[in-house]
Design a protein around this ligand. Sequence first.
Ligand code: MNI
Length: 473
Amino acid sequence: MRVGGRTVIVAIVTAVVVAGGLAATLRSTPEATTEFFRDADGRSLVQHGFSTASSAKSTPDGLPLFTEEDLTQERLDMNTNFVRFLISWRAVEPQPGEIDETYLDAVEERVGWYADLGYHVMLDMHQDLWGWGITPDKQRGNGAPEWATYMDGLPVEDQEMWELVYLEPGVIRAFDHFWGTTGKHPELVDHYAGAWQAVAERFADNDTVVAYDLMNEPYGGTLQGVAFESGPLTDLYQRTANAIREVDSDTWLCLEPQAFGFNWGLPSSIGTIDDAREGEERVAFCPHLYPLPMDLGDGYEGSSKQLVRGTIDVWTKNVLRTADMLGKGDGPVPVILGEFGLDTTRNGADEYVDRVYRMADTHGFGVAYWSRDSGSWGPYETDGTARNLVSWLDRPYPRAAWGLISWHTDGAALTLELDGTTGGGDIPIEIHLPARPSTYPVVEGGTVITWEPTTGTLGIQPDDGATVVTVRQ
Ligand code: MNI
């Protein structure tokens, strides 16, 4: 039986990798994205941070169990510069048409913590399994308000693997009503877009909030694959984008593919959206990566390791292909790996984490690790003790750079490839170095102008027209 189950898993993953690989190679795809978010000075930003946090899914107020002190610690330990911050429709619009401004105040307060430390924030409208209204004890789903949960009396049985609850009839029906598949609740998508508009109204003038992740891990109910992604999902993104642009013309709009399949390496069929802002469109791609063998409990070892590597490779090609398509001929849009993560007590976890970050570096992707919760997936124990993940995520990276094209690490060296432009003035390139020596690190192609050994933040003035800057430690 065990051998049989194992064989089935290997066969499925192999099929995913082959199908994903075929789809990815049929069209030529760019090697990397060179489009990045920019800060107020015009420097390209590389996102390095966490999804914060899973705890927000179940707290009554919808806020993560996360304090300003926790953020200070995170900054000291890993010098992160970005957060994918979980918000929820149920907290924004607890009753139909009623926006909870007190909740938005609390989110704004937390955004302020990040602002004080120079971070940028992406707000992620989170959901899993529709909403907590799917079961009477509110223990399973999260995201949608209870008033928006219509299941027509269909059952929702609990499952050992939480993802399988997506296949329960009541959950499928709740999504079918939302996406217009039943035609009975057309008001729901209007409410969703309205909730986003309220969020955007609040943060339109806030320079710390740079992106909106329009929906976490969308799921189509009875509609799957092309029918879902190119249809109601793309429509919802367009509608939500329009609602946001009525009040906020600058914040990036980040789109996710259907999670089921894409997270494992299958291609996406989402369509382009039109961004009604003046000037260049600000649409980005924020997919998740959860290779199937690891989803099913394997470590990064043995035959699973090969399958996971294959998955990462085809996943990367599919990401670039979709990002290129979203760019409508102007090259790939910015990419943020909005979630990847694992139980770090699994065998090979350190190698897996390293491999994913190297892949992200090579292709110009920002990363928000899943997640900033205590325990075996996260960076800290409940008592605040640092776990293994802290040292794995304390990696050299460019925090902000002029004209960034690419970067890579080689042993203790970090090399940036730049287009040679600078914004003038004395605003430096900012790099994080994990070694934190008390003396100045060695730089080629530029001059050190600031060095904060406590966090490991290095400011460099590049030489005139320098296209390569290397830092050794
Ligand atoms: O792995 C998934 C996932 C698997 C299967 C499905 N369907 C069957 C629709 C959907 C999603 N998700 C991975 C992670 N994402 C959430 C938060 O967004 C985390 O809790 C999961 O670990």
